[in-house]
Design a protein around this ligand. Structure first.
Ligand code: AP5
Ligand code: MG
Length: 190
């Protein structure tokens, strides 16, 4: 089994790249953001709760997110591997994921980060906000708050995975195809 964490700031291209990588490596793509949005659309209790945080650009509480992610993994017992997109985003989530996988005699194979400068990404998200309908894309203050959440809570995970010798980074600026190639080079070398 190969389990990859696709890591990167908001708008770095995780979802875009996941579409290609999941097919190429036959992985189950789990985006916590997409799962929350699906729940919001369907007006589930989980969706209603998540929305109060997401609309402001805040992270959803760990207990809720961890439980949801674990249940999504458990829905895919035949999977040949997972591509985690937007999870983990806090140290507790990373530790919970390691413990959960260990309980299944599995582990994270590698974390691959898409690197890009904040200013380019803020522009990308503002541009997408014109059509995405995502409340968290629509004003610069909310977007900036997503970066603040990333810097405070998510960026420390780079050291967590470096300490396990599992952290790899690629340049996230370029064409979509160029970036898929860069990510594939890392995954093929694992
Ligand atoms: P989530 O949905 O994960 O959003 P995000 O990480 O903030 O950012 P995106 O998904 O918007 O970016 P992406 O990196 O996937 O880039 P994309 O491919 O879309 O999370 C949303 C919210 O949910 C969080 O704020 C939080 O509230 C909650 N949440 C989710 N996970 C959580 C967790 N684990 N814990 C707690 N809360 C959680 O691309 C972005 C744009 O750029 C697109 O328009 C795309 O077309 C464009 N683009 C992509 N690649 C390129 C390229 N190479 N060149 C030019 N443009 C490109
Ligand atoms: Mg995404």
């Amino acid at each position: 089994m190969i389990n990859i964490v696709l890591f990167g700031k908001p708008g770095a291209g995780k979802g875009t790249q996941a579409e290609f990588l999941k097919k190429k490596y036959n992985l189950t793509h789990l985006s916590t953001g997409d799962i929350f949005r699906f729940n919001i659309k369907n007006e589930t209790e989980l969706g209603k709760l998540a929305k109060t945080y997401m609309d402001k650009g805040d992270l959803v509480p760990d207990e809720v997110t961890i439980q949801m992610l674990q249940s999504e993994v458990d829905k895919n017992p035949q999977s040949e591997g997972f591509l985690f997109d937007g999870f983990p985003r806090t140290l507790s989530q990373a530790e919970a994921l390691d413990n959960f996988l260990e309980s299944k005699k599995e582990k994270i194979t590698a974390t691959v980060a898409l690197e890009a400068n904040d200013e380019i990404l803020v522009q990308r998200l503002l541009e997408r906000g014109k059509t995405s309908g995502r409340p968290d894309d629509q004003d610069e203050e909310k977007i900036r708050n997503r970066y603040q959440e990333y810097n405070e809570k998510t960026a420390p995970l780079m050291d967590y995975y470096k300490a396990q010798n599992k952290f790899h980074a690629v340049d996230g600026i370029g064409t979509i195809e160029e970036i898929t190639d860069r990510l594939s080079t890392v995954i093929d070398s694992l």
